[in-house]
Structures are given as C-alpha cells and as structure tokens.
Design a protein around this ligand. Structure first.
Ligand code: ZN
Ligand code: ZN
Length: 148
C-alpha cells in the first residue's frame, strides 16, 4: 500500500520557521480535544502519528518542553522563539500527538471526534455532528501514567 500519496511526507513548522518536522506517513487520526491543557496551549486539534513516523527536520535545540504534571500527555513542546505549540512528541513509545496548528501540509485525515467535551467552556461551541466523548475515547491511552 506504499503508493505515492501515502509515501509523501507531511511537513510542519512553527511560526518563526526555526523548528520543522515531518510525518513519514499520514496520521492515525485527528481529533479536537477540549481539555483545559490543550485549550491553554493552543492545541485543540491534534493528529496522532506512530512514533516511528515522526522526526524533527531542524531546530530541535529551540524546542522547549513543558511538563505540568505526572501524566506524559502534558509534556508539551513549544518553539522557544515564537511560542508555537508543536504537540507532544517524544513522550510515548508508540504514538505522538502532534499539534495540527503547526502542520504545513494537508495531513490527509480529517477530525474524527471531539474528546474531553466534559471540559468544554461556555464560550466554546461545537458546530459539527462528529462523535463526542466526555473524556478520551480510548485507543492510545492519553491519560495513562508516565511511561518514562
Ligand atoms: Zn518558532
Ligand atoms: Zn486535551
């Protein structure tokens, strides 16, 4: 199934261009997360990629890591220069959540669901008919304890 479309890397970068990365294959899925951690970091929409499909292209020395607590899912990466939220790479042995806001290329997946809608704030509205989960829908367990 390695046709040209799936073999083309999907690139991403920060606002200042100092940090860039690529996904060697389309993400497993895209979702909108409404938890307060995603909201405050500016990364409501994320794509989940297999760990081996993510790599930094440049600027890894500019990546700032913010670990707000014990769960691996809140080790968040930002560009130190421009503040762009990059997601949560390097934090799970199997899959990384990457910030869709940092993508430059079409990830070739579309949002499949909303998660953590229990944390939705009053000024946020969901305007589509995608499935909604009160917390995480499962799959890769984002709420799991730290793996390192
Ligand atoms: Zn930057
Ligand atoms: Zn979240």
């Amino acid at each position: 199934m390695a046709d040209a479309a799936t073999a083309t890397p999907i690139r991403g970068s920060c606002l200042c261009g100092g940090v860039a990365f690529e996904l060697a294959a389309p993400p497993l899925w895209m979702s909108h997360c409404h938890c307060s951690r995603c909201r405050k970091s500016g990364g409501v929409t994320t794509v989940v990629v297999r760990a081996e499909h993510f790599r930094w292209l440049r600027g890894v020395e500019l990546v700032e890591r913010f670990a707000a607590g014990p769960a691996w899912s809140i080790v968040r990466c930002f560009c130190r220069v421009c503040g762009t939220y990059l997601g949560e790479p390097e934090t799970h042995p199997e899959a990384f959540a990457i910030a869709a806001n940092a993508l430059d290329d079409d990830p070739r997946v579309r949002a499949a669901f909303h998660e953590h809608v229990a944390d939705l704030v009053p000024w946020e509205e969901i305007g589509d008919a995608l499935p909604r989960f009160a917390a995480s829908p499962g799959g890769v367990d984002f709420a799991a304890d730290p793996v390192r």
